[in-house]
Design a protein around this ligand. Structure first.
Ligand code: FPP
Ligand code: MG
Length: 331
C-alpha cells in the first residue's frame, strides 16, 4: 500500500480554503443594506466549522482537473461551487436550529438563541438567495439544475424527519433515503458540479457523484453514532439529542433487532417518560453502534475505491484520506 499518511487535505488546500469564509461574507454584505440581516447571516461563517463541503469540492475539482488535463488548476467557477455548497449547508443549519430549538452549535450559542425565529429564518433564506445568484452567475444550466436539486432534497429530507411514522419494515429504507437527501445529496451534487465544470465525460461525472454520495452517507452515519457516544463539549453541539427530538437513527434501528421493545417507543417518537433513557440504554447494550460504524466503513471504503480510480495526484490521495477522516472523526 502506498503511504497516504503524509497528505493532510486541509494543509494541501490551505491556500484555496483560507479565504473561503471571507469571500462568502463579502458576497453577503454586498447584497444587503440591512446590517442586522448581514450579522445574522454571517454568524456561522466564522471559520470554526469543519469546512468539509468546500474542502471536498475543491479536492475533487483539482483531482479531476489533473485526471483529465494533467493540470494543477482550479477554475473560478469550481471555487464558486465550493462556496455555494457551504452557503446552502449553512442556510439549512440555520433553519434546522430553529426547527430543533438547538441551544449551541460549533461551541457557541446557536443562531436562534441570539435572535428571534423570524429574523433567523429570513437570514437563512437570504443566504440561500445570495447562493442562488452565485449559481446563476456560473451560467451553466446543468450546474443550476444539480444545485437546485440539492435544495429540494434538503427540504424533503428534513420533511421526512418530521413526524413520520413509517412501519417497521420500511423504516431502514426510509432512514437511508432521508440520510441521502439531508446530507449526502449536497456533497454528491457539489462534487458532480465541479466535475461537470471541468468538462468531464459521463463516466467520470458519475464516479464523482458516487464518491460524494458514499462519503455523505458515511458522514451522517458517523454523526448519528457520535450522537450516542460523544460529548457536547467535544462536538460543540448537543449530544444524545436525536432521541429527545423523536428521531430513530441507525443505532436504534439496528438495536431493534435484538430489543423489539424499542418498536413501540420508535412509533411514539420516544415521547413517554423514560423512553429516551431506556432507548439510550438498549442501544448501548446492543450491537447497534458497532453495526452503524460497520455500515459507515462500507461506504468509506467505497468512496476510497472510487477515488483510487482517478489519476494519481496529491488531490486524488486527499480524497482517499478524507474518507478515512470522515470514518474516524471524533467531532
Ligand atoms: C442538520 O441535521 C440539518 C440538515 C443537514 C439539513 C436541514 C435542512 C432543512 C432545515 C431544510 C431547509 C433547507 C434550506 C437550504 C433552507 P441535524 O439536526 O441532524 O444535525 P445537527 O445535530 O447538526 O443539528
Ligand atoms: Mg439539528
Amino acid at each position: 500500500m502506498p503511504d497516504y499518511t503524509q497528505v493532510d487535505p486541509y494543509r494541501l488546500l490551505e491556500d484555496d480554503l483560507c479565504n473561503v469564509y471571507d469571500d462568502i461574507r463579502q458576497e453577503l454584505v454586498k447584497n444587503t443594506n440591512q446590517p442586522e440581516l448581514n450579522t445574522i447571516a454571517s454568524y456561522y461563517f466564522d471559520g470554526q466549522g469543519k469546512a468539509l463541503r468546500p474542502m471536498v469540492a475543491i479536492l475533487m475539482a483539482r483531482a479531476i482537473n489533473y485526471h483529465i488535463y494533467r493540470e494543477n488548476s482550479l477554475l473560478s467557477s469550481q471555487r464558486q461551487v465550493a462556496m455555494i455548497s457551504e452557503m446552502i449547508h449553512s442556510a439549512s443549519l440555520i433553519h434546522d436550529d430553529v426547527i430543533d430549538q438547538s441551544d449551541c452549535r460549533r461551541g457557541k450559542p446557536s443562531v436562534n438563541m441570539l435572535w428571534n425565529h423570524k429574523k433567523v429564518t429570513m437570514a437563512g433564506d437570504f443566504i440561500l438567495a445570495v447562493a442562488s445568484m452565485m449559481i446563476a452567475r456560473i451560467r451553466n444550466d446543468d450546474v443550476t439544475l444539480i444545485l437546485s436539486q440539492v435544495v429540494t432534497d434538503l427540504v424533503q429530507g428534513e420533511f421526512m424527519q418530521l413526524g413520520s411514522k413509517e412501519t417497521e419494515n420500511e423504516r431502514f429504507a426510509h432512514y437511508l433515503t432521508k440520510t441521502y437527501r439531508k446530507t449526502a445529496s449536497l456533497i454528491a451534487n457539489s462534487v458532480k458540479a465541479v466535475t461537470l465544470l471541468a468538462g468531464a465525460d459521463e463516466r467520470t461525472t458519475e464516479l464523482s457523484f458516487q464518491y460524494g454520495r458514499a462519503l455523505g452517507l458515511a458522514f451522517q452515519l458517523v454523526d448519528d453514532l457520535l450522537d450516542f457516544v460523544s460529548s457536547s463539549a467535544a462536538m460543540g453541539k448537543p449530544t444524545a439529542a436525536d432521541l429527545k427530538l423523536g428521531l430513530a437513527t441507525a443505532p436504534v434501528l439496528f438495536a431493534c433487532e435484538k430489543y423489539p421493545e424499542l418498536n413501540p417507543m420508535i412509533m411514539r417518537r420516544f415521547q413517554e417518560p423514560g423512553d429516551v433513557e431506556k432507548a439510550f440504554e438498549l442501544v448501548h447494550k446492543s450491537r447497534g453502534l458497532e453495526q452503524t460504524r460497520f455500515l459507515a466503513r462500507k461506504h468509506c471504503l467505497e468512496a476510497a475505491r472510487l477515488a483510487s480510480e482517478l489519476a494519481d495526484s496529491p488531490y486524488q490521495k486527499g480524497l482517499v484520506i478524507v474518507s478515512d477522516l470522515v470514518l474516524n472523526r471524533i467531532k
